[in-house]
Design a protein around this ligand. Structure first.
Ligand code: NAP
Length: 286
């Protein structure tokens, strides 16, 4: 890669940011697409976020991704926020449009894209059980509801957090009923017999651990399983689902999908099809 006076600059704001796979994934995509730009990690402490965002137009930075812990705080610092991102209360992609900073959330679009590509799943009229109630769950809830899901169940270790989420979106989506469930085998048995899709939006599985509370025998045979977690040798949830004959996929597709959507927002063109997911799998295998 050779940098010149014309090379465009993009990046990611996070703290920590050193572990992020986005810089090498995006730089690879830029190279393959033949775009003269570079994507840089910026470690931005919470107290510096406002100054970092304000500097984007002055520095001519074309756009950035925003990750933990800034996705919520950044919303108030932008000139314009996409309606879906506003509903999620979180922005993960900023586009610098001639000095106007516009925020989007591509976690939601990346998630729907992964469901379509990896599981051939469409949310329209679907019944989906989400395990969790954190930021990733919120992005999933809003994107599934905007895509026309009929029913979304929320089951979280801390029930009050799921209740707060359900209450916040109570009546917000005409076509979607949101219901809170206990994260326990007994409470999940009946819903699992009805769902089209089960999604893990929690951190469970990151260390190779399994969901103890899941009554697998009750999961409808036709139901698909999506795990937002990803690991080198596959996640326990995906392995168990596949063993039982369900369609299942891990979070690589979502990570690649959010990167592809951000790339599209910045450049108006898509990276080579499947390149980001392939690169991520190869990187994890190494
Ligand atoms: P978060 O806001 O911190 O929420 C964490 C969630 O995990 C909460 O619901 C929490 O429950 C639950 N949890 C954590 N440990 C648990 C345990 N031992 N048992 C049961 N529940 C547990 O984090 P987030 O931003 O939503 O991210 C959650 C996970 O999603 C991350 O670990 C990440 O791997 C994954 N993710 C993947 C992508 C992707 O592109 N593939 C994107 C975003 C996130 P409590 O409320 O009870 O604490």
């Amino acid at each position: 890669m050779s940098l010149t006076g014309k090379t465009g600059v993009l990046g990611i704001f996070g703290d920590p940011v050193a572990h992020s796979l986005s810089p090498s994934m995006q730089n690879r995509a830029l190279r393959e697409a033949g775009i003269d730009a570079v994507y840089v990690p910026f470690q931005v402490p919470a107290g510096e976020l406002a100054r970092a965002v304000a500097a984007l137009p002055a520095l001519g930075i074309r756009g950035v991704n925003v990750t933990v812990p800034h996705k919520e705080a950044v919303v108030a610092l932008l000139d314009e926020v996409d309606p879906a991102a506003r509903r999620m209360g979180a922005v993960n992609t900023i586009v610098n449009r001639r000095g106007r900073l516009v925020g989007y959330n591509t976690d939601g679009t990346g998630f729907l894209k992964a469901l379509a590509e990896d599981l051939h799943f469409s949310a329209t009229d679907g019944r989906i059980l989400l395990l969790g109630a954190g930021g990733a769950c919120r992005a999933a809830l809003v994107s599934l509801a905007l895509a026309g899901a009929a029913w979304i169940g929320l089951a979280n270790r801390t029930r009050a957090r799921a209740e707060a989420l359900a209450q916040e979106f109570d009546g917000a989506f005409a076509d979607t009923r949101i219901e809170v469930l206990d994260l326990s085998g007994r409470a999940l048995s009946a819903p699992l017999r009805q769902v089209d899709l089960l999604v893990n939006t929690t951190a469970v599985g990151l260390q190779g651990e399994q969901f103890d509370a899941l009554p697998w025998d009750d999961l409808r045979p036709a139901a698909a399983v999506y795990d937002m977690v990803y690991r080198q040798n596959g996640t326990p949830l995906v392995k168990e689902a596949l063993k039982r004959g369900h369609r299942a996929a891990d979070g690589i597709g979502m990570l690649a999908g959010q990167g592809e959507e951000a790339f599209y927002l910045w450049f108006g063109q898509r990276p080579p099809a499947g390149m980001m997911a392939r690169w991520l799998r190869q990187h994890l295998a190494e």
